[in-house]
Write a protein that binds this ligand. Structure first.
Ligand code: SAM
Length: 199
């Protein structure tokens, strides 16, 4: 068997190592690092990644939690196929892919998670509220958004659910890029990362 493509113990897989599909958004490496840090994973965590997209979070967390179980939830069948392809590429075997739209499709998941990451869905409040019931005590939820409306909706839901230790961070990252004969810093899309705990 050939060596896995990523054999380092630290997260932060370079973006270009993932297989992509045109038009499918991907959490950029530096933003992903913040999300993973906020998840405060345990070696045996059960994580639901809702709106898993290209699968960057399931792959990074699958590698970080070898005794854990990651459920990648994605409504688009082609995108779910991409997650499977990336899991194979990085030799990650503790990711289950659930094709369906949250929150409806979550009812068929039998194990309650201790970590939840919500990265997709206009109905973020509805997803958050369903997830809160399923989240284990002492569990953590992370939700991401790039809009003020999203930040407001998530903050309001956290307040309604009486989430504890709520934190909001916004990423602000610039990367050096070559444009023509000049090197300029280009912003990586800023993202709000909101986290809360169920005590
Ligand atoms: C911003 S992308 C996630 C990117 C991901 N973090 C990555 O690095 O690849 C959001 C994804 O959520 C999916 N999505 C949106 N609403 C959803 C829902 N209600 N249930 C499941 N998946 C959903 C979309 O199809 C899309 O692939």
């Amino acid at each position: 068997m050939s060596e896995p493509i990523w054999s380092y113990v630290t997260p932060g897989i370079p973006d270009e190592l993932f297989d992509r599909l045109p038009g499918i958004p991907m959490s950029k490496c530096e933003t992903r690092l913040l999300i993973i840090g906020q998840l405060r994973l345990k070696v045996d965590s059960v994580l639901w990644d809702i709106g898993a997209g290209t699968g960057t979070i399931p792959i990074e967390t699958g590698l970080l939690c070898p005794k854990g179980k990651i459920v990648a939830i994605e409504r688009d069948e082609d995108v779910a196929g991409l997650i499977a392809k990336n899991c194979q590429k990085f030799a990650v075997n503790n990711v289950e892919i659930k094709i369906g739209s949250a929150p409806e499709c979550l009812t068929s998941l039998t194990t309650n998670p201790d970590r939840i990451c919500i990265e997709g869905g206009r109905s973020v409040s509805e997803i958050l509220e369903y997830c809160w019931d399923r989240l284990q005590i002492d569990g953590r939820v992370i939700a991401t958004t790039n809009s003020l409306e999203g930040l407001y909706a998530i903050s309001e839901s956290f307040a309604k659910l009486q989430a504890r230790n709520v934190e909001v961070v916004q990423s602000s990252v610039n990367r050096l890029e070559t444009r023509g004969n000049r090197q300029v810093f280009a912003a990586v899309s800023p993202m709000f990362i909101i986290s809360g705990e169920k005590l």
